[in-house]
Design a protein around this ligand. Sequence first.
Ligand code: EZ4
Ligand code: CO
Length: 408
Amino acid sequence: MEIVAADVIVTSPNRNFVTLKITTDDGLTGLGDATLNGRELAVVSYLRDHVVPLLIGRDAHRIEDTWQFLYRSAYWRRGPVTMAAIAAVDMALWDIKGKAAGMPVYQLLGGASRNGLMAYGHASGKSLPELFDSIRDHQEQGYRSIRVQTGVPGLTAIYGIAAQSTSGERYDHEPAQRGGYPTEEDWDTRAYLRHVPTVFEAVRNEFGPELPLLHDGHHRMTPIQAATLGKSLEPYDLFWLEDCTPAENQEALRLVRQHTTTPLAIGEIFNTVWDFQSLIKEQLIDYVRAASTHFGGITPLRKVMDYAAQYQVKSGFHGPTDVSPVGLAAQMHVGLAIHNFGIQEYMKHGAHTNRVFQQSFTFEDGYLHPGDRPGLGVDLDVDEAGKYPYEVAYLPYNRLADGTVHDW
Ligand code: EZ4
Ligand code: CO
């Protein structure tokens, strides 16, 4: 089964998405997600200029070989642009293999290890009443696990707090701001560290001990600050504390780990298995936050989870709205098949996005299921996609009170 075409489709229904569509000589097509939020067109060029010409004529069944060929022949390994491009090829080939076999991808990965994937949604509020309403709203939508992000007194913009939706149909607490320059936000870690434990105390008092609660520190703390937060949150029994320190200094996690039993999740900006190697082996984390899209696709996601299984480290794949429905479906198939599934992040895509990408996955009673259509179970309506041209969009950035740039 030869690859005869590979097309890169850029569309911006509710936000930008980059999708690779591979076609074989027997007429099968497969989709892969290559969306890199804020740097989308770099991956488009990487694919169109450097990868697509190498795909034509290759055997579409050889997924592992194609992955290794694209990774090793580039010489310049890793990095988000390269790995998003390889991810798109990998997912599209799994999609094709599933269609050729007449099976959903999770069947090819060993079959279902569970009935569905527990998903968490993003509740947020500037004040406690607003936050409580947001948590209740998520519970009404069926979510059984909730990420809690909150305003901090004295700060105007906080990571994870919904910007006012302009379209009215954008369920998107995502911070991606459209426009030609990153929006500047303010930050004060000491104010944050004082405030957050009071919020979790209030949430536990209101919603009781059972509801799994998560929190994202978004790379903003030093190791000792992260240790302090983990310790002060212990009474509130978090499911996890995510990205408590900037991910590139992995040694920081050793210090954090010595001081707190709050479970730690990290890795949404990691690209390869090697980024997790010592964190898993030294048991410094509890959840792998990789996303299929930024991690080279289904093939390496499966590998890192098999490695993690030896250390009782579980999955918590990154599922923001900047991972397209194709990328989300890809990691749902992995999550259903592996034994060491933990939780799946699930932010609902906007209505326009759902018209461009027709999906077979379901979300019922808090559980996701990728569906049983052959392949990944996602189709792309090219005419619909063509209605939404690319829009320049940058993520925001932070400055401290004295003007210093800080991690966002
Ligand atoms: O800010 O995906 O846990 N989720 C996150 C995300 C990231 C965005 C960046 O593109 O941290 O909301
Ligand atoms: Co995060």
